[in-house]
Design a protein. Structure first.
Length: 245
């Protein structure tokens, strides 16, 4: 039976699913799959979903939209449809010293500052963490490609344009590498369901007391090139992470 938002059936999605927020990015990723293997499995509400193979390994790509409320709906339905490995492929705002636009971040855990994860947890303390094996596969794939990668904490936030003057500094002092908007709910839902989740991010902008996101944001062309490098890493992990085939 089709889900309420993903108009797809059990078997339409591969066990390994890449999760971009942007439907245009989902379509772009689908074009990197094996020629002739791709079919569109969902377009409801603009949540484009595709399934195909990459170097023979079954892979799906599913748009999540922006923020944990939208991602949570998509992930809950993907889990009902049999997904086993979920990898967020997105962008982030770098706040750690030394991070530059275009750099790659693999999240090991996410600070759950968002409303959706708080709703799931009923106010109880919890540390949403990525699966180690999937995280290792992402890091290894980046290293094989000669791409430097930073691993560590990210913070999942609801507000992109936060007005607090000390916002970045507070989280930088806690060891957080970057802000993003979906990983905490993804990690929680995967752990609750006993499946694997990972998160690889391209630094699209940097945020500090000296520069704003608007001032540092990558050009569309440079961002597309950096995202393509990230997607290559995620697809390589799909062929080596154990259950994608």
């Amino acid at each position: 039976m089709p889900q309420l938002h993903l108009y797809a059936e059990t078997g339409d999605y591969a066990p390994f699913v890449l999760l971009p927020g942007d439907p245009n990015r989902a379509r772009r990723i689908s074009e990197r799959l094996d020629a002739g293997s791709v079919r569109q499995v969902n377009d409801n509400r603009g949540l484009l979903g595709f399934t195909g193979t990459y170097q023979g390994a079954p892979v799906s790509v599913q748009t999540t939209g922006m923020g944990t409320p939208s991602l949570s709906i998509v992930v809950e339905e993907l889990l009902r449809l049999g997904a086993k490995q979920l990898v967020r492929v997105g962008t982030c705002g770098g706040i750690a010293a030394g991070l530059k636009t275009g750099d790659l971040v693999v999240a090991t855990a996410a600070c759950p500052t968002d409303g959706a994860t708080a709703t799931y947890l009923h106010g109880e303390g919890y540390a949403p963490a990525a699966d180690f094996g999937l995280t290792r596969a992402l890091v290894d794939a980046a290293e094989r490609a000669g791409i430097g990668v930073r691993t560590g904490l990210v913070a999942s936030v609801d507000v992109f344009y936060n007005p607090d003057a000390d916002y970045a500094q507070r989280w930088r002092d806690r060891g957080v590498l970057a802000f993003e908007m979906e990983a905490s709910a993804l990690f929680f839902l995967a752990a609750r369901s006993g499946v694997q989740a990972g998160c690889v991010l391209t630094v699209s902008d940097v945020l500090s007391e000296k520069v704003s996101s608007e001032e540092s944001y990558l050009s569309p062309e440079d961002l597309a090139a950096a995202v393509d490098r990230m997607v290559d890493v995620a697809l390589a992990a799909a062929t080596t992470s154990g259950t994608a085939g």
